[in-house]
Design a protein around this ligand. Structure first.
Ligand SMILES: Nc1nc2c(ncn2[C@@H]2O[C@H](COP(=O)(O)OP(=O)(O)OP(=O)(O)O)[C@@H](O)[C@H]2O)c(=O)[nH]1
Ligand SMILES: [Zn+2]
Length: 337
């Protein structure tokens, strides 16, 4: 069975210019950029990329994309090579000449203003799904869609349940027992120590609907970021309206990537097998399934081997149920996301 991996789904791959047979070689030799320096993209704004040299938050440089890259997407989290003026001094501009292969990709979904699914964060190790326990009430469909996006994109999901002063996490927790999903519970008046230790030294993308307390959380984690929260309302200090991702440095190492405006994920291109492959044990069992099995079980997939696998005592029913709920959310049967 051939499994597509997120690597093959990377949009930068499909945009590679075809090597037209018979076209004359370019007269100008491509520079090899032996003097290029490594940097991490931490922000993108209208054709300018903010890059941290050697991923050091104290060495920020503004860069443009070198012409030779064409329209190669460069997003927050990308590891790039810079040439030119990398002093970071005011009004200087370095050039991005290379984008490294991505270790993971988080895509936002296509919408009315942009019909393409696009990678919004590259190379994040984890996806922190921020959900309030109340006000606004939790949306399980959103969590499920985030999980699918994380598994398919090569990120480890972490569920962060906020506003625990308003409601208990118990019922939500029971809904995710079947998954090996780390859960942290937070509230605004308490230091998020457990979350902080999960983020240390890693790149973590934070996603969540408006009002769940994501900015409050980010301000705990990165006080210098001063993300606008729901309480800020005075004119001129309004809530941030930026819709692009930004990486904020954690003290002691690691980055949190805030993703304002990104509320749903591109799942259209994700196959059932992409999701199943994130479930060790079930993934191997699925190799016994008939061709093109969607793994939903009867009536859709009556021959799915996963049912037999669990009946024979080799896997837990709860875990299979969780997997199937995710497969359904991928198939668009849940539209909350
Ligand atoms: N009771 C309670 N309220 C909280 C908690 N965390 C945040 N809030 C409040 O919830 C509201 C929304 O918080 P924000 O941090 O702005 O939420 P957000 O997810 O960043 O929302 P956007 O800025 O719209 O993206 C604010 O009024 C916060 O004060 C919490 O743990 N408990
Ligand atoms: Zn199957």
């Amino acid at each position: 069975m051939s499994r597509r991996s997120w690597r093959e789904l990377d949009e930068s791959d499909v945009r590679v210019r075809p090597n037209r047979r018979g076209s004359r070689p370019r007269s100008k030799r491509r520079p090899d950029h032996a003097d290029a320096v490594a940097a991490l993209v931490v922000g993108v704004d209208r054709g300018r990329w903010t890059c941290a040299l050697d991923a050091d938050p104290d060495q920020l440089v503004t860069a443009m994309r070198a012409r030779e890259l064409g329209r190669t997407p460069v997003v927050v989290g990308d590891r790039v090579s810079l040439v030119g003026d990398t002093s970071g001094a005011a009004d200087t501009l370095a050039r991005i000449v290379r984008v490294s292969d991505r270790e993971s990709v988080l895509r936002r979904t296509a919408d009315d203003t942009d019909p393409y699914e696009r990678v919004v964060v590259a190379n994040a190790h984890q996806l922190v799904i921020v959900t309030a326990l109340a006000d606004p009430p939790p949306r399980l469909g959103f969590i499920d869609r985030c999980l699918v996006a994380a598994y398919a994109g090569g990120l480890e999901p972490v569920l962060c349940l906020t506003k625990s002063d308003l409601a208990s996490p118990d019922s939500i927790l029971s809904g995710y027992e079947g998954l090996d999903l780390p859960v942290v519970v937070t509230r605004h008046d308490t230091e998020p120590a457990e979350l902080r230790s999960r983020l240390a030294g890693r790149v973590s993308a934070l996603v969540g609907h408006s009002g769940v307390g994501k900015s409050t959380l980010v301000n705990h984690l990165v006080p210098s970021a001063r993300r606008a929260t729901g309480e800020v309302s005075s004119v001129g200090k309004g809530r941030h309206t930026s819709t692009s991702a930004v990486a904020l440095p954690l003290e002691g190492g690691g980055w949190v990537v805030d993703t304002p405006g990104i509320r749903s994920f591109g799942l259209a291109h994700i196959s059932a097998d992409d999701v199943v492959s994130a479930f060790p044990g079930l993934a191997e069992a699925a190799e016994e399934c008939p061709p093109h099995c969607g793994h939903l079980g009867a009536p859709e997939d009556p021959g799915c081997h996963l049912d037999r696998h669990v009946e024979e005592g080799d896997g837990s029913q709860g875990r299979l149920d969780s997997l199937r709920r995710l497969l359904l959310s991928r198939a668009g049967q849940d539209t909350e996301g």
